[in-house]
Design a protein around this ligand. Structure first.
Ligand SMILES: Cc1cc2nc3c(=O)[nH]c(=O)nc-3n(C[C@H](O)[C@H](O)[C@H](O)COP(=O)(O)OP(=O)(O)OC[C@H]3O[C@@H](n4cnc5c(N)ncnc54)[C@H](O)[C@@H]3O)c2cc1C
Length: 386
C-alpha cells in the first residue's frame, strides 16, 4: 500500500463525486423500478479504476488503502446511487490477495483490476446455517484433479453479474471435526468454466440487490480453484471481516449524509402554517440528532480504517463503526422520511428508495446482534451466547 496525501484523498473524493454526478436520481429511480442492474454506472466506476482501489499496483490496481476505499464507497452512497451493486469485489478480493498463491494472484487480479473479470459474488449463507457459518453443509469433495460440489446457498448477491465467485464449502464432515471452525474451504470459481449444474434463481427482495438462491448439482471445478489450505476457509473468511465492516460502515455513512442533506433542504423550503417546517423543533431536532450520530460514526470508521491501514488490530473499531453507522443511517432515514411527510412515500422524491436500501446495513452482511455479541464477548470478555 502506498502513502496517500490529504490532497490526493480529497481528489479521490472529488473524482468519485464527478462520476456519480453523471448518474442522477432519475437513473437510480428507473433502475429500481425496472428491478434492473446499474450496468452503465458499474462500467464507469470500473473504467475509472476506483473499484480496483485495494488491488496492489503490481497486480494492476491502484494500491490504495482502506481509508481511500472507504471514501469511494461513502461517496457513491452519498450520491443518489448505491455501492451494493459492485462493492463485493473490494472486500472479497482480499481473500485472494492474502491467502491465494502467487500463480492465482497473477492469473486473476490484473483482470479483476481491468474489469475483464468480475468478482462480485461471495457465497457463504445457507438456508440451514444462517449466521452460524460453521454449520454450513454445501460439500466439496476432492476427486482426482477436481472438486465436486453439491448443496445450496441462499441470498447470494450478483451471481448473475459476476464471472468469479468466492465459495465457502465443507471439505470435512462436521461430525468428524474436533475443532468445529475447521473443515471448511474457500474456492475461487470461474462460473464460465464449470462442469455439472449450477442453477442461479433470482429472489424477490425488498429492493433489487440482485440476490439469488444457488443450487449446486455435481458441479465440477478444477482442484486449483482452492484458495490456501483445505480446511482453513473459515479462518480466511474471518480475516476479511474487518475490511467488510469498515466498507459497509462507509456506505451507511454516505447514505446518512444523503438523508441529512435532503431532509435539511426540504425542511428549510417546505412552508406549512406560514413558516418552513424546519423551524419547528419536532422536525429540526431529529435531523440534527441523526447528523451528529452519522458524523460520530464517521469518526469511528476513520479510526478503524487508519488502524487497518497501519496493520494494527481493529476488530473492535471496525465492528463499532458498522454498528454505529448502520444505526445512524437508519435514524437519518427516518428523520428524512418524517420531514417529507406524505412526499417521503412518493417514488419521485427517492427517499423511500434509499430508505429501503439503507435498512439492509443493520441486517447484512452481518446482523448487528452478532456485532454486539462480538463486542460483548470478544472485546469485553462477557460469557458467550453461542
Ligand atoms: C439483500 C441481502 C443480500 C445478501 N447477500 C449475501 C451474499 O452475497 N452472500 C452471502 O453469503 N450472504 C448474503 N446475505 C445473507 C446475510 O449475510 C444473512 O442474511 C445473514 O448473515 C444472517 O443470516 P440469516 O438471514 O439466516 O439469519 P439468522 O442466522 O437466521 O438470524 C436471524 C436473527 O436471529 C439473530 N440471532 C441469531 N443468533 C443469535 C445470537 N446468538 N444472539 C443474538 N441474536 C442472534 C440474528 O442476529 C438475526 O437477527 C444477504 C442477505 C440479504 C438480506
Amino acid at each position: 500500500m502506498r502513502q496517500v496525501s490529504t490532497e490526493e484523498r480529497e481528489a479521490i473524493r472529488e473524482g468519485v463525486r464527478k462520476i456519480c454526478a453523471e448518474f442522477p436520481d432519475t437513473y437510480w429511480r428507473e433502475i429500481d423500478k425496472a428491478f434492473d442492474y446499474p450496468q452503465t454506472f458499474v462500467d464507469a466506476l470500473t473504467q475509472s479504476g476506483y473499484l480496483a482501489a485495494l488491488i496492489p499496483e503490481e497486480y494492476g490496481g491502484a494500491g490504495l488503502g482502506m481509508m481511500e476505499a472507504a471514501i469511494i464507497l461513502e461517496e457513491i452512497n452519498h450520491s443518489p446511487g448505491n455501492g451494493l451493486a459492485c462493492h463485493a469485489q473490494m472486500y472479497t478480493m482480499g481473500t485472494l490477495l492474502r491467502h491465494g498463491s502467487e500463480e492465482q494472484k497473477q492469473r486473476y487480479l490484473p483482470k479483476i483490476a481491468s474489469g475483464e473479470l468480475r468478482l462480485q459474488a461471495f457465497a457463504v449463507t445457507e438456508p440451514d446455517a444462517g449466521s452460524e457459518t460453521t454449520r454450513l453443509q454445501t460439500r466439496a469433495v476432492r476427486r482426482g484433479a477436481k472438486y465436486i460440489i453439491n448443496g445450496q446457498k441462499i441470498f447470494i448477491s450478483r451471481a448473475k453479474q459476476s464471472d468469479l465467485m468466492l465459495l465457502l464449502a465443507r471439505t470435512t464432515p462436521y461430525e468428524s471435526l474436533k475443532n468445529k471452525t475447521e473443515g471448511l474451504s474457500v474456492f475461487l470459481i470461474d462460473m464460465r468454466e464449470i462442469g455439472g449444474k449450477l442453477e442461479i434463481k433470482p429472489l424477490e427482495m425488498m429492493f433489487n440487490h440482485h440476490t439469488n438462491i444457488l443450487f449446486f448439482e455435481d458441479v465440477e471445478i478444477p482442484a486449483e480453484s482452492l484458495i490456501g489450505d483445505e480446511g482453513k476457509g473459515f479462518r480466511y473468511i474471518i480475516d476479511g471481516w474487518n475490511a467488510e465492516r469498515i466498507l459497509i460502515a462507509s456506505e451507511a455513512i454516505g447514505d446518512g449524509r444523503w438523508f441529512v442533506e435532503r431532509a435539511a433542504k426540504y425542511a428549510s423550503e417546505r412552508v406549512v402554517f406560514g413558516k418552513p417546517i424546519g423551524a419547528n423543533q419536532g422536525v429540526q431536532f431529529p435531523i440534527a440528532r441523526s447528523y451528529a450520530h452519522v458524523e460520530a460514526a464517521a469518526q469511528m470508521r476513520n479510526t478503524a480504517a487508519e488502524k487497518f491501514d497501519r496493520g494494527q488490530k481493529c476488530g473492535a473499531e471496525a465492528n463499532m463503526a458498522k454498528l454505529l453507522a448502520s444505526e445512524a443511517a437508519w435514524e437519518a432515514a427516518n428523520a428524512c422520511l418524517d420531514a417529507h411527510g406524505g412526499y417521503g412515500f412518493a417514488r419521485e422524491y427517492d427517499v423511500e428508495r434509499k430508505f429501503r436500501e439503507t435498512r439492509l446495513y443493520i441486517t447484512a452482511p452481518i446482523n448487528n446482534n452478532l456485532v454486539l455479541a462480538f463486542l460483548g464477548q470478544n472485546v469485553l470478555g462477557m460469557p458467550k451466547s453461542y
